[in-house]
Design a protein around this ligand. Sequence first.
Ligand SMILES: [Zn+2]
Length: 369
Amino acid sequence: MKKKKLKIKYVKVFSASLVLILGVLFIIKPKWTKESIDRIEYSNEAITIMKEKNILDEITKKKYSKTVEKMLESGKYEEKYFDDYTKINCPEKENFEDSINTFLNKNYTPEEINNIFEYLNDTNQKKLKEMEHVDLKDYVKISNLEVDKIERYETYRIEKNTNIQDAVTKVNIGLDLEFYSEIETIQDPDSYTVLLNKYRGLPENYVPLDLTPLSINKNYKLRSKAAEAYEQLQSAALLDNVKFFPFSAYRTKDYQTGLYTKYVGRDGKNAADTYSARPRHSEHELGLAVDIRSDGLNDNLTEEHYKWMLDNSYKYGFIVRYAKGTTPITGYIEEPWHLRYLGVDVATDVHNKGITFDEYYDLYLKNEK
Ligand SMILES: [Zn+2]
């Protein structure tokens, strides 16, 4: 009996204390929690602005958002976008606040905006800000994407029934347009890895300055590094009993003009375009291309020598530029004899990837230049 009374007493005291403690906690809790969030997370500057705008309670009720903080601090905070800001990851770069508002204004979702910041380079982000809203779809993750061409990609993708990566690269090369219909003048003609094709031409007056005669025949010249590499290629081939000779190397614009005109006269323009470049579009005008023939042939390689070139020329910095199966991309017939100098690193990479230089340039070089 005594024991039971004592027990009840303890329970009563305990319950009363509990109620008291909970009550005290309940009264002071909101303030205590809020203050600590403020102090730990948001900067004093942001808190001051929240107080000024009378949004402190509202914002601190929600999870901390660095984007919200940055928008406040920069003075670019727009109340109507509060929820969107909280879903946008804070970009790791300067002055993104205007961009966020611009994209939200153009009705991009927070998810799209996160992708834009994560995947698009500065050029694409800048272009996108100046365009009407476009549906980025999965294009946003394609490394060689050019946002202003998305409509062309879609048309090409559907027409050719291909995937988006293929559509992007092919359209970037220009393949949804007629050859020679839209020509860009290249800005870096002295680069050893410059791309020249039916969409990209040399500046009118460009002449390479370091042309060097090949030791086997002084009439044939290449730019110095390419000439040096050619000597190495020739020596290495000889060790494997592959003997070949140059039959064309550097060509002036006038020479290329004469050649192309002659072929057009003989075979007509359409046919000539499949095997001869128009002036300012030939790699021979760069001093980086050489045509070679097997011993005993006039203007071609034997099957055996062709195979040797495909398997080995990259080790000395050359690729077979117009190999079998590349006609739909290059617009030229298969030319086993035409070697292009790119330097060992790029030639090796092109060889390993097994793609045309046109594709390689768009995928891996364009954005580095
Ligand atoms: Zn050639």
